[in-house]
Design a protein. Structure first.
Length: 561
């Protein structure tokens, strides 16, 4: 039981082992048994559902349920996502309070099998030997997230589905999809079809680094998910205990929306284009009622496609409010609402959207600038990306907080300040940095710690053009993030790294092109082309100092990088 990742609360190894033969059965109440079977595809388990058991249909003998290789029991004493896994000579027993607990027990069982169990198929007739023992486990945090920016570089649906599978192996349970930004709008809208027809592609993408003469690749880029794709993604995710959290980032980062519907701009005469370069753009939606109506319609389309949407992210970050101040119509509207500053108007606008979402049963999630602007609904979840200070302020104000600080949770930063490393947004965030992270610091008072509901890593995709690069950036830092989100962190490196080494064999079997701990393979290096690395270009610690200063100032909706 030494190599489980994330680390369970308790694990003991006993003498002996159990055998699981091909085609073995799993018995227990639906849908727990089904969750177990889904988590163990390589075991080819038949399901004996005790509630709907029809032995004739299944062609089984009455004694089979008692001799099933894996027996699942519902145990209401166990909390959400908790499980007990017992492996004895006569088989495997799983106790769980809910479907998620049963699913995670089966994920743990899979890790107790040889790494071969992480291939998508095994030789016919393979049977598995599992060491006897017992695991008692439950997560420290309910939000164990991964953020995918599919706006800057689109990722085809297959990559999103694969990410969900990889998340499930690591007991990660929130997939935050950043669906709209200056460089692309990534979801179908039947109400406003120009959003995906115009907003989802750009003619080219910048390849030069900051400070260099601009150079472009001359390659068109595009793509979006249909509403049916979103429904499919959500259903696959739900089956794997992953909740999709959609994000439409407003009112800034709006170039793609405004390329489609310029009438929503604060300067409607201006012509907008889907951006072909990175950075903070001044493009901002107008805060007038027409924009709120437009967005609530689009949010409803996305919510209807996804099904159950407990959380909907509305962004709120990096807004340049100059166009609001310059517009007579917007200033008059601001005055009519009795609001003093454009910052107040930013807060008011996001509040309107959060209220509209609440009417449809979704809680809003925002980046921390929106918290600093004020007026949030008390139930709004805050993602403090600018560091611990603003995280603590949001927690002290009574908001649920998901820890998302640039350091060490921005996996778009390079893992080393080395010329071999492909260029990231900056340097350097290592696996060891992630392992040392405590999302709810022990120095905080208990009430503030209790407000931290989880942690999430971010894969901003300015420098993640495809699935291979995604693998490289996400893993193994994602393994470390999963560890601290499950256990509460930090982990002791001398305990974590040997477990990680064993875990990497599982990722090899699964087919993940992760970054080896010793550094990139030759074809994973930066080379001399557009992904060449410039050591020392941006130091993540300098970025954090800068963001910290900004989050202290009252006027911190201003752009920051
Ligand atoms: C900041 S975090 C951003 C993103 C960038 C990222 C690059 C946040 C809310 N905004 O737009 O992609 O930095 O690291």
């Amino acid at each position: 039981m030494k190599h489980l990742l994330p680390l369970p609360r308790r694990a003991e190894t006993g003498p002996g082992s159990a055998e699981i033969a091909p085609g073995s059965s799993v018995s227990g109440p639906a849908p727990l048994t089904d969750a177990v079977r889904l988590a163990l595809p390589v075991l080819d388990l038949r399901v004996l559902d005790l509630r709907v058991l029809d032995l004739r249909v299944l062609d089984l003998r009455p004694g089979d349920a008692a001799t099933a290789a894996v027996r699942v029991e519902e145990d209401p004493r166990l909390g959400p996502e908790a499980y007990e896994l017992t492996i004895a000579g006569d088989g495997v027993r799983i106790a769980a309070g809910d479907r998620a607990g049963a699913f995670y027990a089966a994920q743990t069982l899979r890790q107790l099998l040889p790494a071969e169990a992480f291939r998508s198929a095994v030789a016919p007739g393979t049977s598995w030997t599992v060491p006897c023992g017992r695991v008692e486990d439950a997560p420290r945090f309910s939000w164990r997230g991964a953020h995918l920016d599919v706006a800057r570089n689109f990722l085809p649906k297959r990559e999103v589905l694969r990410m969900i599978d990889l998340m499930a192996l690591h007991k990660l349970n929130r997939l935050h999809l950043h669906l709209a930004d200056d460089q692309g709008w990534r979801v179908e809208s039947r109400a406003f079809p120009l959003l995906h027809e115009v907003g989802s592609h750009r003619p080219q993408t910048i390849t030069s680094h900051k400070g260099e003469a601009p150079a472009f690749d001359g390659v068109p880029h595009g793509g979006h998910y249909t509403l049916s794709d979103l429904a499919e993604i959500a259903a696959c995710a739900r089956a794997r205990e992953v909740m999709v959290v959609p994000e439409i980032d407003v009112p800034g980062h709006a170039s793609a929306v405004l390329a489609a519907y310029p009438a929503l701009a604060s300067r409607p005469q201006e012509r907008y284009e889907v951006l072909d370069r990175w950075g903070i753009s001044p493009a901002i939606l107008s805060p007038l009622p027409a924009t709120v109506d437009f967005l609530t319609t689009v949010f409803a389309e996305i919510t209807d496609a996804l099904g159950d949407v407990p959380y909907f992210h509305i962004g709120g970050d990096e807004c340049v409010l100059d166009d609001w101040a310059a517009s007579a119509e917007i200033s008059a509207y601001q005055a009519s609402l009795g609001l003093e500053t454009t910052g107040d108007l930013h807060a008011w606008f996001l509040r309107r959207l959060a209220d509209a979402l609440a009417e449809r049963g979704s809680r809003a999630v925002v980046w921390d600038e929106a918290f600093v602007s004020g007026r949030l609904r008390p139930d709004t979840v805050v993602m403090p990306w600018r560091g611990e200070h603003v995280a603590r302020r949001a927690a002290a104000a009574g908001h649920d907080v998901v820890a998302t600080p640039v350091f060490p949770m921005y996996f778009d930063y390079a893992e080393a300040a080395s010329p071999e490393e492909p260029a990231g947004l900056g340097d350097a965030i290592t696996v060891a940095d992630v392992v040392a992270f405590a999302p709810a610091p022990s120095e905080w008072p208990e009430e503030e710690r209790a407000r931290v509901i989880g942690a999430q890593f971010q894969l901003w995709s300015e420098r993640i053009p495809d699935g291979r690069t995604l693998d490289y950036r996400a893993w193994p830092r994602g393994c470390a993030a999963a560890e601290v989100a499950w256990t509460g962190g930090p982990a002791a490196p001398e305990d974590f790294f040997p477990r990680l080494e064993a875990h990497l064999a599982r990722l090899d079997a699964f087919g993940v092109e992760y970054r080896p701990l010793s550094g990139p393979r030759p074809w994973q290096r930066g080379g001399t082309g557009w992904r060449r690395h410039r050591p020392g270009a941006v130091d993540v610690q300098d970025v954090m100092r800068h963001l910290h200063e900004l989050s202290l100032s009252a006027d911190s909706t201003r752009p920051s990088l």
